[in-house]
Design a protein around this ligand. Structure first.
Ligand SMILES: [Cu+2]
Length: 174
């Protein structure tokens, strides 16, 4: 028996099953593609796109200004503030602390400004699991409307060095 040369026209014909899978994959790819911009318009939880340039010194002044105006207490050396909902709120990230602790009122909308004093940190509100990035030199504005009362934690979810695991902040909603 002689060795037969393989059939060179390997792509033809396309079997029925293969055609179905190619079409399904194409349709799903197109659905995903168009949903990306669509979610940005109709989605309920979009990451905000409002940012400003700020130096750590400028941001620190804004944080301290808010703290001296709205301080209502202190926990382990970290001030607790109860800001006016009509005014901007500033939360500062640094190695390895969230500053200050903020008290919000339920169902009021706040503009929360986030920035880092040093390196990249991750702002993760637990247990609701909302995640944002905090960059140095950028003021990142979140529009936040707490809908449930209670105690929430801000966990840093970007590894930021030795004390990363201790970088836990707090938000109270009353
Ligand atoms: Cu961190």
């Amino acid at each position: 028996m002689a060795i037969k040369e393989p059939d060179r026209i390997w792509w033809n014909p396309l079997s029925k099953d293969e055609r179905i899978w190619v079409i399904l994959a194409l349709v799903w790819m197109l659905v995903s593609f168009f949903f990306m911009p669509l979610w940005h318009i109709v989605g309920a939880q979009n990451p905000p796109a409002e940012t400003y340039r700020v130096t750590p010194e400028q941001f620190d002044r804004l944080v301290e200004g808010m703290v001296s105006k709205y301080k209502v207490g202190e926990e382990k050396g970290v001030p607790v503030v109860h800001p006016d909902p009509t005014e901007p709120v500033f939360i500062r990230a640094s190695m390895w602390q969230w500053y200050p602790i903020v008290e919000f009122e339920k169902d009021r909308t706040y503009r929360v400004h986030l920035s880092s004093m040093d390196i990249l940190h991750g702002f993760s509100i637990q247990p609701v699991n909302m995640n944002f990035m905090v960059f140095p030199k950028y003021d990142y504005v979140l529009k936040l409307t707490p809908t449930t009362t209670g105690e929430f934690h801000i966990v840093c979810n970007e590894f930021c060095g030795l004390g990363h695991h201790m970088m836990v902040g707090k938000i109270y909603v009353k």
